[in-house]
Design a protein around this ligand. Structure first.
Ligand code: ATP
Ligand code: MG
Length: 407
């Protein structure tokens, strides 16, 4: 891809209201642009990374036998009256009316809609279990939208819902998805702690959160350094220094960014909205539900927060928008174009074809943070290129370069 065709509006300085590193860099590197408080446009470069995160999620969930669907953002009040959440949800719910004065909300989550989608069909044990997910825009009128994509009023979530005939099967899905979540975050370059949490407004029996430990996290986590025990501080009376309930040693506390959340719901929505199935003997039972969220836009932010330096982004190989960033510093457009065309046959390549000074190109390249950079400088006409991988530079002959990249 030619950089002159990609819209990457880099900034010398971050806007004053950006407080944390990831937010500053996402704005400076031209990944996102604020449209209103807590509402962002994903610019081409940011969108590419977002799509890479989504691809990893789809791969892992599809492998478990989950299928993707897409539900509406606009949801009728009637469904929320059925579950009782129209009154329970509070001011975070974005409410609106159509021209006939019928009430709607912009979905902050989709338990009601998914239950209404499946309840007429999942009426027999033969149809269970079922696992459905979507990747979709969510709306929450957050009291304090902040840190860019970390807490937005419009954000992108993957939400998965499982439907089981009994608690055992629900528990089985819960454990299977929990393991898949750890793999998803690991593949995104994030190490996560799994902590027990409150079941919140979704309602339910048991819940866990996936936390990226970080100074900028909004949650306080209590964890045992010598076991996997962890709990969100808001769900416990325990304190740092107390003995961990698994007796593994004293608890420590730290800040975490919640990138995912899983809930054993049980029958809250099946009971209120009438989702029941008939077993082999003809007896009716409510369907056991669980729901599982990943904040995709927040995950992108967490990746930046974890990997970037103060001066520029650093992408893990799994998420990088491009494999190579080619910086031609000479006027020989024919030779540089041929080089780019050949490399682009095997890799995702960004060619900085802009008519900018070398200093500008280097500065932007440092900001954008594509892990491999090829500089076609003064000695390119003599058959040399400079390869920079994660800051380590070496000079190669063009032949050596092609050999090293197998292209
Ligand atoms: P939080 O406690 O951070 O408000 P939540 O418990 O309300 O999150 P869920 O309803 O479980 O979150 O949503 C699933 C995931 O969506 C969360 O784990 C988080 O990663 C993401 N998420 C939730 N709210 C936001 C938001 N306002 N902006 C961006 N991502 C969000
Ligand atoms: Mg919330």
């Amino acid at each position: 891809m030619k950089q002159s065709h990609l819209y990457v509006p880099t900034l010398k300085e971050a806007p004053k209201d950006a407080e944390v590193k990831s937010h500053k860099l996402m704005l400076r590197a031209g990944l996102i642009k604020q449209t209103a408080a807590g509402i962002y446009t994903y610019l081409p470069l940011g969108l590419k990374v977002l799509k890479n995160i989504e691809a990893i999620i789809r791969e892992e969930l599809d492998a478990l036998g989950c299928s993707e669907l897409l539900m509406p953002a606009l949801q009728p009040k009637d469904l929320w009256d059925e579950s009782g959440r129209w009154d329970d949800y509070g001011p975070e719910l974005m409410r609106l009316k159509d021209r006939k004065d019928r009430e709607f909300c912009l979905g902050p989550t989709h338990e009601e809609v998914i239950t209404a989608v499946v309840r007429d069909v999942l009426t027999s044990y033969k149809k269970l279990p079922l696992a459905l997910y979507q990747i979709q825009t969510k709306y929450r009128d957050e009291m304090r939208p902040r840190f860019g994509l970390m807490r937005g009023r419009e954000f992108i979530m993957k939400d998965l819902y499982t439907f089981s005939k009994d608690v055992d099967d629900m528990n089985h899905w819960y454990e299977t998805v929990k393991e898949a979540y750890s793999r998803i975050f690991e593949r995104c370059g994030l190490s996560t702690k799994i902590v027990a949490s409150n079941t919140g407004e979704i309602g339910g029996i048991e819940a866990h959160e996936f936390m990226v430990m970080s100074e900028v996290g909004e949650d306080t986590i209590l964890y045992s350094p010598s076991s996997t025990y962890g709990i969100n501080a808001e769900a416990t009376t325990l304190q740092a220094g107390d003995m961990a309930p698994d007796a593994s040693g004293p608890l420590k506390s730290g800040k975490g960014i919640e990138v995912g959340n899983i809930f054993k719901i049980g029958t809250k929505y099946s009971d209120t909205m009438g989702a029941a199935y008939q077993d082999q003997e003809g007896h009716m039972h409510p369907i056991q539900m669980a729901s599982y969220g990943i904040g995709i836009s927040r995950t992108l932010m967490a990746v930046v927060e974890e990997h970037a330096t103060e001066d520029g982004l650093r992408w893990p190989a799994s998420l990088t928008p491009f494999d190579y960033h080619v910086l031609p510093l000479t006027d020989d457009a024919t030779a540089t174009d041929a080089f780019y065309q050949r490399l682009a046959k095997s890799y995702k390549v960004l060619l900085d074809d802009r008519r900018e000074r070398a200093g500008v190109k280097f500065k932007d390249a440092g900001l954008i943070g594509i892990p491999r950079r090829v500089i076609l400088g003064k000695t390119f006409k003599d058959g040399f290129v400079e390869l920079e991988v994660n800051g380590e530079k070496e000079t190669l002959t063009v032949a050596e370069f092609w050999q090293s990249v197998n292209a």
